[in-house]
Design a protein around this ligand. Structure first.
Ligand code: MSP
Length: 537
């Protein structure tokens, strides 16, 4: 089989906060998809990053009495700590302040400038520091300060001391900015973007998000500002050193920097050098930044002569108690603390199986526990435990040998092919659902064959061994699939049945070979429970 490459990216996270469970959601999706490609013969690059170009960073550094660069170093480490703790297996971690990156940013800016795609303009606009975004009247609402209510802006009501225009998310008046900036000529790319979308009907998934993007492009494309004259410490424009980049160039081009030889030379693990990873296969991004990724980004790449990414997977938004997570209302869920209090597997199972990627949802702790108890603690773990306990009882010194009962072989074949189809399309919920459905079939098989009754009759020993081998073998197949979702637990399970080298083999891209193996299972000890039930309070 041909070894192919796969390059996946997480969104680029701001560093004025430590990642919460909403951010972890994107990284867990990317981690699962990266792993499933890796074990399927793909040389996989998985990059994550921090976006340090934010006005809020300056304020946060001041708040903490730190220099900006100390604050940025500290926060980049905090981000890494979270991802490492959650065992997010990224291959590259890049910061927007990285020198190698700045070199590329200057090169591409110059290219676009030389093409005539970047021009200077003096303008006056409103800007919400809290959103880090420009605002037009359409984006704002009126706030009646006395009554503390907001309502849409209309011509009939005039601004006065009591009625002010505010950002609907932060209820603060945006700053008015008047300055000279450089703009990117997005409008020039309208036709090219439309043609690209037509030729790449799956460029953005799920498709309803793609429809939104296309509708937006159909309405009107506005050129956008790419620089500031105020911010002192970002990348200076190569054609005007009184201006520095603002967000788009230094944030988005991170995706390309990690694939350049300069980056690979300095920061990349040896085994990933010398592969051509650009264009990216998949950008995972939230719905709030889809326009930037599906409109601005392809146009910027076209302007500088790069190939375009193959696909963008758009995630929905999670609320807690139906509200945006915010420190001021104490509803932020820390993914590390959550994993310590409950388990990482509960978080992964709930986040990846309770709803389809793209949907918005409200975090429901009761549902998370119920799903975990039903699927992992009962359906899955009970079955594993039964096989382990009863096989030990049989006292098989040479292990359980290949002796398959074909009864549910067809279910297995269908399960594996459906699983592969779904995971390759990033349908993570469906892939998990299929696995738990197949475990239901296995549980039913055990209930029908009743090996715990047969085991009492010495003359039925062969029959019992036959049943146990079949279940263990089918379980082995499920574990191979679930490895992309719950790697640590599956590793422990492979150990439990005497297949400790499996993880290494999987990480060397060998799921297909392992699937076809005829193993002997050495089950010696019961060991600790891997998935324990939690009480629902
Ligand atoms: N740095 C910018 C993106 C720049 S693109 C040029 C940014 N950073 S962020 O830290 O605010 O968000 C990073 C990602 O986390 C986004 O994809 C966003 O959608 C995702 N999420 C942030 N909060 C989330 C939830 N509550 N739920 C799901 N995803 C969330 O935007």
């Amino acid at each position: 089989m041909q070894k192919d490459t796969f390059f996946i990216t997480t969104p680029i996270y701001y560093t004025n906060w430590i990642p919460h469970i909403g951010h972890a959601y994107s990284s867990l999706i990317a981690d699962t998809i990266a792993r499933s490609n890796k074990i399927n013969w793909k040389k996989t690059k998985f990059s994550t990053w921090v976006d340090e170009n934010s006005q809020k960073v300056v304020e946060k550094a001041e708040e903490k009495n730190m220099s900006i660069s100390d604050y940025l170093d500290f926060m980049a480490d905090e981000h890494k700590k979270v991802w490492n703790w959650l065992k997010i297996n990224y291959t590259d971690f890049i910061r927007t302040t990285d020198k190698v990156h700045h070199k590329l940013v200057k090169e591409v800016l110059q290219k676009s400038f030389d093409n005539g795609d970047i021009y200077e303009w003096e303008y006056e606009w409103m800007y919400c520091v809290w959103c880090e975004a420009f605002k037009k009247d359409d984006d704002l609402v009126y706030l009646n300060k006395e009554k503390n209510v907001t309502f849409p802006i209309t011509d009939k009501v005039k601004v006065n001391d009591n009625i002010i225009k505010v950002c609907p998310d932060h209820l603060k008046t945006p700053d008015t900015i008047k300055e000279k900036n450089y703009f990117f000529k997005l409008s020039k790319y309208e036709d090219k973007l439309k043609e690209f979308y037509k030729n790449n009907p799956e460029f953005v998934t799920p498709s309803d998000r793609f429809n939104e993007v296309k509708a937006f492009v159909d309405r009107w494309l506005e050129d956008f500002s790419i620089s500031r004259e105020t911010n002192k410490f970002w990348v200076k424009l190569p054609f005007d050193d009184t201006q520095v980049t603002y967000v788009w160039y230094d944030a988005l081009y991170n995706y390309v920097t990690v694939t350049t030889p300069e980056w690979e030379e300095k920061k990349c693990s040896k085994s990933l050098k010398w592969y051509n990873f650009w264009p990216a296969d998949l950008h995972v991004v939230g719905k709030d930044i889809i326009r930037f990724h599906a409109i601005y980004w392809p146009a910027m790449l076209m302007s500088a002569g790069y190939e375009l990414p193959k696909q963008i997977l758009t995630t929905g938004f999670m609320t807690v108690d139906w509200q945006k997570m915010s420190k001021s209302i104490w509803n932020v869920i820390d993914p590390v603390k959550y994993s310590e209090d409950y388990s990482k597997d509960m978080m992964v199972l709930y986040l990846l199986s309770a709803f389809n990627i793209g949907q918005d949802w409200d975090f429901d702790q009761k549902q998370a526990i119920l799903t975990y108890n039903a699927k992992l603690a009962n359906n899955f773990w009970n079955l594993v435990n039964r096989v382990v306990v009863l096989t030990i009882k049989l006292g098989l010194e040479n292990g359980l040998k290949w002796n398959i009962n074909k009864i549910i072989a067809n279910d297995l074949v269908n399960y594996i092919s459906d699983f592969d189809k779904n995971i390759s399309k990033y349908n993570l919920k469906e892939s998990l659902d299929l696995s738990f459905k197949f475990l239901d079939v296995l549980n039913k098989y055990v209930d029908e064959t009743q090996p715990w009754t047969l085991i009492k009759d010495e003359s039925k020993k062969e029959e019992v061994i036959d049943i146990f081998y079949t279940i263990s073998e089918w379980l082995r197949q499920v574990w191979l699939n679930l490895y992309s979702f719950f790697p640590e637990k599956m590793w422990e399970l492979f150990n439990k049945i005497g297949l400790s080298w499996y993880v290494e083999e999987l990480e060397a891209w060998k799921i297909q070979e392992l699937r076809n193996k005829k193993e002997v299972f050495m089950i010696k000890e019961k060991g600790e429970a891997l998935f324990e039930r939690f009480d629902v309070n």
